[in-house]
Design a protein around this ligand. Structure first.
Ligand code: ZN
Length: 104
């Protein structure tokens, strides 16, 4: 039996490789807007973060999004994204409900 490969992406904050659906995509649109993209389909350069606020905070602290998106991201934008991140976190967690077998 061949096993289908799960696409992995790296969280820009903690550098962990994770299945795409475990990650939240932040996209820089062609209009230079930074948005959280739960669909994963928006056009633009994307960066992935674990669906955890702690990873967003880490990214903010280390300016990981600047590096991942190859552009400077102002603290205001980080703050605005953080608010959005908090808003989508529940929706994101609800959306991936199927697997909940993380071992700790
Ligand atoms: Zn992470």
């Amino acid at each position: 039996m061949k096993q289908r490969k799960i696409p992995l992406r790296k969280c820009v904050a903690c550098q962990q490789m994770m299945p795409k659906k475990e990650l939240i995509r932040v996209v820089k649109t062609p209009n230079d807007e930074l948005l959280i993209d739960l669909t994963g389909k928006k056009a633009g350069r994307g960066a992935y973060l674990c669906g955890k606020l702690s990873c967003f905070k880490l990214a903010k602290k280390s300016r990981a999004l600047d590096r991942a998106l190859k552009s400077s991201v102002s603290p205001d934008i980080y703050d605005a994204l953080e608010q959005d991140f908090i808003k989508v976190e529940d929706e994101f967690i609800a959306g991936k409900d199927a697997v909940d077998d993380e071992q700790e």
